[in-house]
Design a binder for this molecule. Sequence first.
Ligand SMILES: [Zn+2]
Length: 232
Amino acid sequence: MMNIKKLIKPFLDLVFPATCICCGASTEASGKSICNWCRHDRFEKAELVTKEILPAGVHFQFSLWMFDKGGYLQKLLHDLKYNFMMGVGEELGNLAGIEFLKSAEEEILKNLKVQRVLIVPVPLHRKKERERGYNQARAIAAGFSRSTGWDLLEKGVISRVKRTKTQTGLSLTDRSENLNGAFQINRKAHFHGAYVIIIDDVYTTGATSFELAGALLADGVTGAAIVTVAKA
Ligand SMILES: [Zn+2]
């Protein structure tokens, strides 16, 4: 039988050349949509945070990279949000998982080993998800789940019930007020005794993930953590 993929590959390469989705460099032969330089060296690595700026019950915050305003990463994250790049989101989440396991302190990993860990993507409001076609946080979470082996929360367990205004320009206090009651947990027993790792694309003030963590902690999770691709 003829291999269709092999047959049409030269034509696909003509129309969609194998270039890095982030910087445009050639990714020929790597089979990845992000080039090795972007994957490993282009962006500044972010440090894992376990300190007092996190609310009670939230144990650590990890981001793959520091946000580069006006740069390649900003454009990539924008494209990820609006251009239905499921595969790229998964690739970024997978990379975040690999880096997390490599750089997290022994104590954190030891604690996670004895927990039932659930990977929880920050849900989008139903209308917003319909407009965009998918939730970029879920794509990242799927990749993170693949490289860490922790279970990805199925769809529909949590909903975003409040269509919040844009957070830009609001202080942390105003942001949390804006987000108050934004999430609704539909299947409560699901979380009892679990440890949740909340996944989003960008960590700015943390208001969104803090609100979600608060709702889950009130519902009986043993602890929460936040992982994102970028940190502003
Ligand atoms: Zn690149």
